[in-house]
Write a protein that binds this ligand. Structure first.
Ligand code: ADP
Length: 394
């Protein structure tokens, strides 16, 4: 801290609000006139009760408090002021009779900062008031600095935690990504090896079986790489929209054809009026949104039911993908939309994936001027809802 920030000048010390608490009018009048002339704003209270009220209300910079008063004496007033959050920090100077050592000691023990003795020596009162006002202001500045430092520390700590968590997510992603790349690549290498050795003795229909497996693995790889490229484009803000008029019924039929082979043991129900009309949107992005949701539903459901419903309102088209799968705990509902985030990202996890699909979905819904939301119950299933406007604003 440099001198400039703390420089307590006479100007600071010469101004300020003082509260005089004394029941003797002669004392009050002497002090009032003198301190007023010195440039202070002076408030007066004639008893303990009104002193506390004024202190709460006007927050003076310093209080000059008489000890001997009828009703509440100065000590009680001091005790009360020091016990309240709003008045605790206001410095109190006791006004005592010259010989009253006991009073002075008691005053200090109750939290007073100083005392002045009666009859008043003007110079002494002024010096003590100025000193304590200076202290008080320095203390306030230090407190403000300390608060500022604490705030900055908190911000730094938050930034550090966020960077650490992003870093962790990226490491987990790289580990998952390597795993996701290796599994289909191993399948491709394994089956091509087998074919190379056994093909001469195999029937053509046996070869087709293995070729299909190779193709499935290759398609899986392509999807994975496309997802990574998509998220990279999104992060670089280079996603482009190609808007055309789409037939919703036709789009849904295409979806069903693509998703059917991946359903496994699950049933698919589709609720879509074939006449649900046209939509002005980007077909590639929309397909990707729905395919991501449908393939997640299939991936996280065993021997259950997956339902795709399409509903049209005056201004919106609403797609709902629900499943009866493993569900998502409430504390994970927001995190799953963040890139590279998965509920289970452990190396022993049961389900494949990179944690990019839903993040891409959310980005695409946003650029299509809509939204995606989720409701889910653990072990019961999940419902993902995509709401898109029928017509995009230019
Ligand atoms: P990925 O499926 O590649 O892991 P996503 O971004 O598509 O990545 O999904 C992120 C996470 O959200 C998944 O890993 C899973 O934990 C959770 N999740 C997504 N869809 C479902 C669903 N239908 N049922 C249960 N969990 C889901």
């Amino acid at each position: 801290m440099n001198a400039a920030t703390l420089a307590p000048s006479d100007e600071i010390a010469s101004k300020g609000t003082l509260l005089i608490v004394d029941d003797t009018p002669a004392n009050v009048s002497v002090l009032f006139n003198f301190l007023n002339t010195e440039g202070f704003k002076v408030l007066v209270a004639k008893d303990g009760k009104s002193a506390i009220q004024r202190a709460e209300y006007a927050s003076p910079d310093l209080i000059l408090l008489d000890v001997m008063m009828p009703g509440m004496d100065g000590f009680e007033v001091c005790e009360k002021l020091k016990s309240q959050r709003e008045t605790r920090e206001i410095p109190i100077i006791f006004m005592t009779a010259l010989a009253d050592t006991l009073d002075k000691v008691k005053g200090f023990s109750l939290g007073a900062v100083d005392y002045v003795t009666k009859p008043f020596q003007h110079e002494e009162v002024l010096a003590r008031v100025n000193t304590h006002l200076k202290f008080r202001r320095l203390q306030q500045q230090l407190q403000a600095h300390a608060q500022e430092l604490e705030k900055r520390n908190r911000e730094n700590e938050q930034a550090r935690a966020a960077a650490e968590s992003a870093n962790r997510a990226k490491s987990v992603f790289l580990a998952n990504m390597s795993h996701e790349l290796r599994t289909p690549l191993n399948a491709i290498i394994g089956y091509t090896d087998l074919l190379r050795e056994d093909a001469p003795e195999m029937q053509p229909n046996e070869i087709v079986d293995d070729l299909e497996k190779i193709q499935t693995a290759a398609k899986q790889l392509l999807t994975l790489i496309s997802d990574v490229l998509d998220i990279a484009k999104i992060e670089a803000e280079k996603t482009e929209l190609r808007l055309v008029e789409l037939d919703v019924g036709h789009l849904v039929e295409e979806m069903i054809t693509v998703i059917k082979p991946t359903l496994g043991s699950n049933q698919l129900e589709v609720n879509c009026d074939p006449n649900c009309g046209k939509l002005y949107s980007d077909p590639v992005k929309l397909q990707q949104i729905l395919l991501n949701l449908l393939s997640n539903a299939a991936k996280f459901t065993r021997e259950g039911k997956i339902t795709l419903s399409v509903e049209r309102t005056e201004t919106l088209i609403i797609f709902t993908v629900s499943d009866t799968g493993i569900g998502i705990a409430p504390e994970h509902l927001e995190m799953i939309f963040k890139p590279f985030s998965q509920v289970d990202s452990s190396s022993t996890r049961q389900y494949g994936g990179t944690g990019l699909g839903l993040s891409i979905c959310r980005h695409y819904c946003t650029i299509l001027q809509g939204e995606v939301s989720v409701e889910s119950q653990l072990h019961q299933g999940s419902v993902f809802t995509v709401r898109l406007p029928l017509y995009l604003h230019p």
